[in-house]
Design a protein around this ligand. Structure first.
Ligand code: C5P
Length: 250
């Protein structure tokens, strides 16, 4: 396969984090990236202000959408949330693995219920990838052990959560790119990894601590990379994303 076609496949695996306060600001970024077939991520800041309509507009423009709301509640409530999210037509969404196996299974049931009713008549919904948040990358070793009271290393906690997610029938996890080889080794290469903490060579690290370049992260075997500020805070976001895509051709 040529370098160009590898880069074009990987472009669809670059998830741009639309971390904005309003629909107007996010629309400005989307306009500037028009024509580039990247994935778009709507997180809680934008969703709580712009709502489902913004997600529908991204879908109307043909984007794959990751709705990053990190649900964590009792199983019945998560099932209902997953049903509503699936009806919105997103391509990926997530729940916290800390909610336990039963809660994650309930999320799957919500997806199944929405798809069963859409097959019965309404809009042609697709099965979204259902991803678990393991241990947030902002959790340090001392916070994990002393504050939250979980024993062991962060890596052990991540692997345990990922195993629970697989047991519950989820498709994969959000993790640091550094954890990808261990996750793929323990859970199989088809268990999806979605990795934030990505910084192009020379970019500002910001509040992320353990980072990798896009090229390094894909070389680790990750399936999707999430990139926010290196694109959204750039003087020319389109040039920033094009530079990242070009770096994948090297
Ligand atoms: O701006 P930056 O590239 O650091 O953005 C990373 C994105 O990935 C943000 O939207 C953040 O919420 C998300 N994320 C993360 N770490 C996690 C889970 C999600 O940085 N463990």
């Amino acid at each position: 396969m040529s370098k160009d076609s590898i880069a074009s496949i990987l472009t669809e695996r670059i998830i741009v984090a639309l971390d904005y306060a309003t629909a107007e600001e996010a629309q400005g970024l989307v306009r500037s990236l028009e024509g580039i077939p990247c994935y778009m991520k709507v997180g809680m800041q934008l969703f709580y202000s712009a709502g489902p309509r913004f997600v529908e507009q991204l879908k109307e423009k043909g984007y794959n959408v990751f709705l990053d709301l990190k649900m964590h509640d009792i199983p019945n409530t998560v099932k209902g949330g997953a049903e509503s999210i699936t009806r919105l037509g997103v391509d990926m969404f997530n729940v916290h693995a800390a909610g336990g196996v039963r809660m994650m299974e309930a999320a799957r049931e919500g997806v199944d219920k929405a798809l069963a009713s859409s097959a019965a008549g309404s809009a042609g919904a697709v099965r979204p990838l259902l991803i678990a948040v393991t241990q947030l990358t902002s959790t340090s070793q001392s916070v994990l052990n002393e504050e939250i009271g979980i024993v062991g290393t962060v890596e052990e906690a991540v692997l345990r959560y990922a195993q629970l997610a697989k047991q519950a029938g989820l498709d994969g996890v959000v993790a640091s790119p550094l954890e990808v080889p261990a996750l793929k080794g323990a859970l199989g290469s088809s268990f999806v990894t979605v990795t934030p903490g990505i910084r192009p060579a020379g970019a500002d690290i910001g509040d992320q601590s353990r980072v990798m370049t896009p090229q390094e992260a894909f070389a680790q075997g990750t399936d999707y990379i999430v990139i926010g500020r290196p694109i959204t805070a750039a003087a020319d976001p389109r040039a920033a994303l094009e530079g990242i895509i070009a770096s994948l051709q090297g």
